[in-house]
Design a protein around this ligand. Structure first.
Ligand code: NAP
Length: 251
């Protein structure tokens, strides 16, 4: 992506081993950032690091399991130790689904999705905000979902977490704006990744019929929005949710 310069900015991207997070991490690396990306396994972290080094000659792969809430903030401490400073840009991208109709949803499926997709976002944000406040600058970008905006049958847990992210981000934006920190969301629509590949032909046709731009989104569409919100060009944008959905929400 041309035009953005993040030279030597320390960027933490969660869930950077696959899908949307992987492309976000790659684009920040191409724009000069020192990118720290997380995966749930050692192998995943190693692959992230190798990929970032192939692109930019620098970068870190770290292990993060957002379901283990007590240790989530530890990843920020690791970044600080290994990079010499805390993340200046945090992209909360890691997310999971445990879909089923609400009446059949097990408490464990509710708890896991809220923990990974909402509580971990808050913990990571808290760990990053304090050093950002001291520096009087910072960017937090949270990946929510169109499902958090309009709902979706079979995804009550996911929708609650993603809607929660939007309310959380708006509130935090009000708390930290005077310190030069912006907090925004990107709300993807239907993006081609592992998370959506189970859909099958009929499901795919349904979405294509309903997306005004008549194509499934790509991870790069989301990365473009994230890099914009992290850039100086977005310095007067905070508490916003940027829809990146091919027009699906207005269909
Ligand atoms: P994905 O392809 O399934 O990748 C998920 C990423 O999250 C992977 O890097 C994975 O790491 C990591 N992850 C999974 N469980 C985790 C855990 N317990 N702790 C920490 N990290 C974990 O997902 P995606 O489609 O790229 O989605 C990325 C974000 O966009 C999510 O927040 C998702 O809700 C949101 N989103 C996606 C779509 C879409 O259409 N794809 C639409 C709206 C919103 P491992 O590789 O180690 O498992």
């Amino acid at each position: 992506m041309a035009g953005f310069d993040f030279t030597d900015k320390i960027v933490l991207v969660t869930g950077a081993s696959r899908g949307i997070g992987k492309v976000i991490a790659e684009e920040f690396a191409r724009a000069g950032a020192l990118v720290c990306g997380t995966a749930t396994s050692e192998n995943g972290a190693k692959s992230i690091e190798e990929n970032l080094h192939a692109i930019a000659g620098k970068g870190l792969g770290l292990v993060l399991n957002a379901l283990e809430l007590d240790s989530v903030a530890g990843v920020v401490a690791q970044v600080t130790e290994k990079c010499g400073a805390a993340p200046e840009i945090l992209v909360n991208n890691a997310g999971i689904t445990r879909d089923t109709l609400f009446m059949r949803m097990k408490d464990a499926d509710w708890d896991a999705v809220i923990a990974c997709n909402l509580t971990a976002v808050a913990r990571l944000s808290k760990a990053c905000v304090s050093p950002m406040m001291k520096k009087r600058t910072g960017r937090i970008i949270n990946i929510t979902s169109i499902v958090g905006e309009i709902g979706n049958a079979g995804q009550c847990n996911y929708a609650a977490a993603k809607a929660g992210i939007i309310g959380f981000s708006r509130s935090l934006a009000k708390e930290v704006g005077s310190r030069g920190i912006t907090v925004n969301c990107v709300a993807p629509g239907f993006i081609e990744t592992d998370m959506t590949k189970e859909l099958g032909e009929a499901g795919l046709k349904y979405w294509l019929d309903n997306i005004p731009l008549k194509r499934i989104g790509q991870a790069s569409d989301i990365a473009n929005a994230v890099l914009f919100l992290a850039s100086d060009s977005a310095s007067y944008i905070t508490g916003a949710t940027l829809d990146v959905n091919g027009g699906l929400r207005c269909a």
